[in-house]
Design a protein around this ligand. Structure first.
Ligand code: ADP
Ligand code: ASP
Ligand code: MG
Length: 420
């Protein structure tokens, strides 16, 4: 007997028929003798619709009321799934974030889970009742409803798994695992049997939305074994075998690096269009200028990602180019314009038609020439690199958005990742 957390995303609970399919997956595990907590998202498209309504009501709105509205999608699916489970003879009840409670900090719309008391859930699980928990939502310090950021149900699932000391957390979605890159844009993407927490964390934070970044962070910290698998596999299809580290399942296991025998130099490629480029033109090339540019941005909590400074010409003036999240572009420009006299730049240019493409792999720690191959591959395709950034296990480049698919496909082949 094991204790499992099963998480189902939006497309897996898109309508009542799909919810009945989820109930069948849950029943299978209950019938196998396991204790099960389920975490569900809102029906696909629902959260977008709710966000749209909030923006329609007022462009600038109270973040606490935003959370009250957008958290409601998950209330519908926990209720429906509990009913569908009861209907097929499985004891179940729904749990909203505040009823457990899932305590978060007060950062409305991007809250972080602070603490979950798993005791009440554990008691019910031990009595054989399935706990159906609303993803994405929690309770802030002021007792108001909070939400965990888009894709946050993954994080709810991992946090619940840690709180009830689950043996595994299965993330059911619309693909059957983690691929070497987004299978929707590269037909030759390959499903990985295993991926390390470190690599998955980079993949997620660099754009692979199959898992929310924070969920991987939490899984790594608490040692929660994750499996990404498909809810579209028939509920009665063959299941995994073995236990713990010997478990082999139908999906991708996210686990410690030590468990992975064969380590590729580059394991995956990610991309994100959620970046914007800013160039601060003709600033003095002297000590203190970078601090004057990036200080005000940091004070405004704007996360600067990649940075490049051009070589100055004879007049000792230079251009500084960097990227920020696209959603922060307007604010970043405003902050810089207000600091114009202090920074002493001539002009400010911005571009949202950019994409960040990244290669990821722990093997980079012990191999040289990995970045060079990336630059060479892009050069051969005539793709200009605008900004570069690197860390221990990834290299990212900012390029024109029109080259996204060409770049990802070319790199996928160049690093030998294409499926046979
Ligand atoms: P859910 O609604 O179940 O949470 P998401 O839409 O958030 O599902 O995440 C699943 C999607 O992530 C897939 O449909 C796929 O297009 C995308 N994706 C991006 N990169 C990857 C990758 N490397 N491996 C698998 N899926 C990926
Ligand atoms: N329903 C939320 C969203 O669409 C949370 C999730 O699906 O993970 O972002
Ligand atoms: Mg998701």
């Amino acid at each position: 007997m094991a204790r499992l957390v099963m998480k189902f995303g939006g497309t897996s609970v898109a309508d009542v028929e799909r919810i009945k399919n989820v109930a069948a997956h849950v029943k299978r595990e209950v019938d196998a003798g396991h204790e099960v907590a389920v975490v569900v998202s809102a029906m696909s498209g629902k959260t977008n619709e709710l966000v749209g309504w909030v923006n329609e009501a007022a462009r600038l709105h109270d973040a606490r009321e935003y959370d009250t509205v957008v958290a409601s999608g998950e209330q519908v699916t926990v209720g429906l799934l509990s009913i569908a489970l009861q209907e097929i003879g499985v004891a179940a009840r729904s749990w909203l974030g505040w009823q457990i409670p899932i305590r978060t900090n007060g950062a409305h719309s991007t809250a972080r889970i602070a603490d979950i008391d798993g005791q009440a859930l554990i008691e019910r699980l031990e009595q054989g009742q399935v706990a159906v928990v609303a993803g994405f939502q929690g309770l802030g310090p002021d007792n108001r409803i909070t939400t965990l950021g888009r894709g946050g149900s993954d994080t709810s699932a991992v946090a619940i798994a840690a709180a009830v000391k689950a043996d595994r957390c299965d993330i059911y979605t619309d693909v059957d695992g983690v691929y070497t890159t987004d299978p929707r844009i590269v037909a030759k993407a390959r499903r990985l049997d295993k991926i390390s927490y470190e690599e998955m964390l980079e993949m997620a934070s660099l754009g692979a939305k199959v898992l929310q970044t924070r969920s991987v962070e939490l899984a790594m910290v608490h040692g929660v074994r994750l499996q990404v698998r498909s809810s579209f596999d028939p509920p009665d299809a063959p299941q995994g075998t073995g236990e713990g580290a010997n478990y082999v399942g139908p999906g991708t296991i996210v686990c410690g690096e030590d468990e992975i025998v064969e380590q590729a130099v580059v394991s995956g490629i990610a991309y994100t269009k959620d970046e914007a480029k800013i160039t601060v033109q003709k600033v003095a090339d002297q000590p203190g200028v970078a601090a004057k540019i990036f200080g005000p941005l940091a004070e405004a909590s704007i996360n600067v990602d990649m940075i490049v400074q051009d070589v100055s010409e004879e007049d000792k003036r230079t251009d500084v180019t960097f990227s920020v999240p696209a959603s922060d572009l307007a604010r970043a420009e405003d902050v810089l314009r207000r600091a114009k006299d202090d920074i002493g730049f001539e002009e400010l240019k911005s571009d949202t038609d950019v994409v960040k493409v990244s290669i990821i792999g722990v093997g980079m720690r012990s191999h040289v020439g990995v970045a060079q191959k990336m630059f060479q591959t892009l050069a051969e395709k005539g793709i200009n690199i605008q900004v570069i950034s690197t860390s221990e296990i990834k290299v990212s480049v900012l390029i024109g958005a029109e080259y996204t698919e060409l770049a990802v496909r070319a790199l996928h082949s160049a690093y030998g990742l294409d499926a046979a």
